[in-house]
Design a protein around this ligand. Structure first.
Ligand code: DHB
Length: 393
């Protein structure tokens, strides 16, 4: 078996793994990334993506923000709509911060290109990945490479950035899992149509929740609340548009621009946290350690925050001979994770009709929307969490 030696062995070439590898590289720390999927599969799987101000700033610092304005778009506000009227939450005016709509796979295209241009060692299409000796000072990752050869990476630290179903979390011993499964899901579509709304729009209605987002001038991303057991094949374009229009309908006559749907899927909603996020020399970051329901789009931003903290810990270990930041990685990261859990749960509850809810709950949620859009302090608080605090605080 061929063994490669590096400082940090990273499992997963998603946002967490690639960001970690690149930040470490800029601090003179070596890493090797192993990844199950092919580069093409990673770059072509269309994913959601709202970047908080702090994530935009990080990508700028790493010099990989160049395409955000052209392929994506900066947004200064977002819309809340209920009872058939729309309210714009002007984040920029309220907080001085804004967000970008820039899908995750575009972030990955930029990061992979930048990493490979700086000579990074990324092994795509590996299988049988296993973690060894993370309780010792010389852990290792073993795997079968794309040619079928057995390989081993000997390292000082292992970062499990391999998502919810990865080997990182499976290997971490003695962790407590916190889980909440929601009784509804999102039906997500991509369609060819002109932009319907000049900001992301979250709608609450008797017909359920809907989210109107965008990808390009003629590709739109929209979601509506559905039963988790729904089969996308049961939904014709006509049925989809009838449902989406019902979710946004109102006395103001608001309508979405319709067009052919070219992708549809059902997305389950879950809140999940794994505590602690580390054991010995093994550290989890991103979806490997936590999941939020997509309302408010915190997932990618939380991964970026984990990575900033973990990179800082690894850097002080090597450059200052100080383990304190690595030791406090879990509590340091969990603070923002639990606040994002609260925010994502709150946005989800405020905007969806849960099956167990009655008319009282509907009125209560409308009152909450009224409060966060008319009380300036409440609106500023909402806008501030939506735009996100600086990373690594
Ligand atoms: C998108 C997804 C979200 O979950 C969200 O809150 C906003 C936008 C999107 O896919 O564009």
């Amino acid at each position: 078996m061929t063994t490669t030696r590096t400082q940090v062995g990273i499992i997963g070439a998603g946002p967490a793994g690639l960001l970690l590898s690149h930040i470490l590289h800029l601090h003179g720390i070596d890493s090797v990334i192993v990844e199950n999927r092919s580069r093409a599969a990673i770059e072509q799987t269309i994913r959601a993506g709202v970047l908080e101000q702090g994530t935009i700033d990080l990508l700028r610092e790493l010099d990989v923000a160049g395409r955000i304005a052209t392929v994506g778009a900066y947004h200064h506000g977002f819309d809340l709509r209920w009872r058939g009227a729309t309210h714009r939450v002007d984040m920029q005016a309220l907080t001085g911060r804004s967000i970008a709509v820039y899908p995750q796979h575009e972030v990955l295209i930029d990061l992979i290109a930048r990493r490979l241009a700086t000579g990074a060692d990324i092994r795509f299409e590996v299988s049988d990945t296993q973690i060894h000796d993370f309780d010792s000072t010389s852990p290792a990752i073993s795997f079968t490479d794309a040619t079928g050869a057995a390989r081993r990476i000997a390292c000082d630290f292992i970062a499990g950035c391999d998502g919810s179903w990865g080997v990182g979390r499976k290997t971490l011993p003695d962790a407590k899992h916190f889980l909440r499964v929601y009784p509804f899901a999102w039906f997500g579509i991509l369609c060819h149509a002109p932009v319907s709304n000049d900001a992301i729009l979250y709608a609450r209605s008797q017909a359920g929740f809907a989210l109107i987002s965008t990808r390009t001038d003629n590709v739109q991303r929209m979601y509506f609340q559905c039963d988790p057991a729904e089969n996308p094949d049961d939904w014709s374009d006509e049925r989809i548009w009838t449902q989406l229009q019902a979710c946004v309908a109102g006395p103001d006559g608001y309508r979405l621009h319709e067009g052919p749907v070219f992708q549809k899927s059902v997305i389950p909603l879950r809140s999940f946290v794994c505590e602690p996020m580390q054991h010995g020399r093994l550290f989890l970051a991103g979806d490997a350690a936590h999941l939020v329901p997509p309302t408010g789009a915190k997932g990618l931003n939380l991964a970026a925050n984990d990575v900033v903290l973990l990179a800082r810990g690894i850097e002080s270990f090597y450059h200052k001979n100080d383990r304190a930041k690595l030791d406090s990685y879990t509590p340091d990261a969990l603070r923002r994770i639990w606040r994002a859990q609260h925010f994502s749960w709150w946005m989800t509850s405020m905007l969806h009709n849960a099956p167990e809810h009655n008319e009282f709950d509907a009125r209560r949620s409308e009152a909450e929307l009224d409060f966060v859009t008319t009380d300036r302090n409440a609106e500023t608080a909402l806008a501030s969490v939506y735009a996100g605090a600086p990373l690594g605080e």
